[in-house]
Design a binder for this molecule. Sequence first.
Ligand SMILES: Nc1ncnc2c1ncn2[C@@H]1O[C@H](COP(=O)(O)OP(=O)(O)OP(=O)(O)O)[C@@H](O)[C@H]1O
Length: 365
Amino acid sequence: MESYEILCRIGEGAHGVVFKAKHIQSGYHVALKKIALRKIEDGIPNNILREVKTLMSLEEHPNIVRLFEVFPHGMGFVLVFEFMLSDLSEVLRNHSILLSEAQIKCYMLMLLQGVSHCHKHNIIHRDLKPANLLLSSSGHLKIADFGLARVHCLAEDRPQYSHQVATRWYRPPELLYGARVYDEGVDLWGVGCILGELINSSPLFPGENDIDQLCCVTRILGTPNEQVWPGLSDLPDYKKITFPELLPIPLHKIVPDAAPLALDLLESFLVYVSKRRLPAVRALIHPYFFSEPIPAHHTQLPSPRTLPKRDLFQIFSSAEFDPSLLIHPSKIPSHVIAVTTPTQTRKIPKQITSKKSTTDKNSKF
Ligand SMILES: Nc1ncnc2c1ncn2[C@@H]1O[C@H](COP(=O)(O)OP(=O)(O)OP(=O)(O)O)[C@@H](O)[C@H]1O
């Protein structure tokens, strides 16, 4: 730990706190994930073991976050990652950013390159979502959070996997129906959801619970049956859930801003049968990426530095935040508006202002 100087706290995950730190010798910034074990006998949490094993086994790749080292510390240990400024969920939450088609293509290329690298090494990430796609100061997108990743077994007698993986909005239908045997298609569904979200600037399937999640999917793809999805009725939870017979809605009605080739790519990921989803390595040569507008260079992406502070978003969207306490702009004396920027005209209630100042340390920027 003496090699690092802690600069600030970035955030907290299920198993530990993440800090921004400086590697004293090189001056490089890193992210330290401190994992504290409550009792030594409990051992290392499975998620952490998976993350370390997966990242150690993967060859270095520009679109996978780098794990520099792991060392014991106190009652736990520390994972040292390359430091990333932001993540794709922050870009998507920022409504002042309207991504161009060329920029969306650039994000998708980087995502697919990372996914294809994982799949080439038989690793299924199982939790692809915008918050796990970190962005570096140079605009590179890197897949992070391999806590749910596992090595995909190609043998016939494959072990059964947990179906409680992948954050709900990005969870594929086979997992929602309780499948225990699944493949890389799990990640390709997530990739499709992310592409749709980048184009629409809102999630494609924002289910409120697991059943509602399946409803969101069936409303768009139509109610699945044995014809479109052979083997569906054998899935563990198939009989527990019945849906009215719905016909699919053409995707161009759901993603109206998508160009024809973008729709074609999207359609090739969002299919019920996992094996029919377009593999990442083939998606990389889809005509979408070779047609005008060509993908932007990563330096032409919105700079994470220009994104508003993460904590301000968290305050405005938190349960404690009472919008009725905001003063309507028409009620603010004109001289106040004249000297403030648009975001400052939002009057922040006292207790929230103080919350912000305490959490400000957590900001990534
Ligand atoms: N390499 C990194 N650089 C900068 N920030 C990071 C890095 N890795 C993680 N973070 C940030 O640290 C915070 C905690 O991350 P962590 O991976 O521990 O948990 P999580 O993904 O938020 O949740 P969970 O543990 O449930 O998966 C998040 O805000 C994440 O974006």
